[in-house]
Design a protein around this ligand. Structure first.
Ligand code: ATP
Length: 259
């Protein structure tokens, strides 16, 4: 199910503003890839270009290729809605649907994809997804209660359950722990580690310890200068990047000398 992603020569714009320039990388299947770098260097923009979420912003455009399973996601016949089903996204702030129960929150994506299903099938998806998100035992006796009644960390795991309920190939996570306390953060990090058996995971994080803990490979993004586009400076196995980075600016960033 999990797929690798081949990105080549990607330029990403907001109107005339070139936000990210010339990114080429291969994101491996069944692994965790982290993106780090100072604020404004385009990590989130690049992440959103991987499932065609970038272009929902008026005037936003992408040039270059993002190839998953031999298919260019920006090819002429590709349906962006189907791309977003195959490549799910988890956001910075947990965003369960406030009026929906835990049960319905998990199924929200499946219903959007207009699948009609029997109760038994729906029950199976809810249980499998909540187990996958490591939340089942905490909520199995209150599936009919509102998703908003959960703690922040539980809400984020509910959002992860909602993302995996549609059986995506890739999960994109944009600072998924930034609104969480250390215990919830640790639960999500454990979950990310478990999920990589089945999914290709890409995570943006400001927390370098987190990148070092959860990821197999890391991409360091930076701006050449203020007002210049963001670009990929270095992409390497995480262990190597944190021990012996290839680039001086990577070293300066991870040792806390800037950013
Ligand atoms: N909706 C938008 N419209 C116009 N410009 C935008 C928009 N979103 C982001 N940008 C610009 O694109 C550049 C990259 O922003 P982005 O949010 O991707 O960076 P980031 O590395 O994820 O930053 P942070 O770490 O602060 O979240 C910045 O110059 C930002 O101001």
């Amino acid at each position: 199910m999990a797929k690798s992603i081949d990105v080549s020569n990607l330029d990403i714009r907001y109107g005339d503003f070139l936000a990210v320039e010339g990114v080429t990388m291969t994101i491996k299947a069944r692994s965790v890839t982290a993106f780090i770098g100072p604020s404004g260097c385009g990590k989130s923009t690049f992440l959103r270009s991987l499932n065609r979420m970038h272009e929902v912003i008026p005037g936003a455009t992408v040039e270059g290729k993002v190839v998953v399973d031999g298919q260019d996601l920006y090819g002429p016949d590709v349906d962006p809605v189907e791309v977003r089903r195959q490549i799910g996204m988890v956001f910075q702030r947990p965003n369960p649907f406030p009026t929906m129960s835990i049960y319905d929150n998990v199924l929200a994506g499946n219903k959007l994809n207009a699948k009609r299903m029997k109760k038994a099938e729906a029950d199976d998806i809810v249980e499998r997804s909540l187990r996958g998100a490591n939340l089942w035992t905490e909520v199995k006796d209150r599936l009919g209660k509102p998703g908003m009644g959960l703690s922040g960390g539980q809400q984020q795991r509910l959002c992860i359950a909602r993302a995996i309920a549609v059986e995506p190939q890739v999960l994109l996570m944009d600072e998924p722990c930034s609104a969480l306390d250390p215990i919830s953060t640790s639960a999500i990090e454990d979950l990310i580690h478990d999920l990589k058996t089945d999914y290709t995971i890409v995570i943006v994080t400001h927390n370098m310890q987190q990148a070092a803990r959860v990821s197999d490979e890391t991409g360091f993004f930076n701006l050449k200068a203020a007002g210049e586009p963001g670009h990929l400076v270095e992409f390497n196995p995480t262990k190597k990047m944190f021990a012996t980075p290839d680039n001086e600016s990577t070293e300066a960033y991870i040792s806390g000398r800037f950013g």
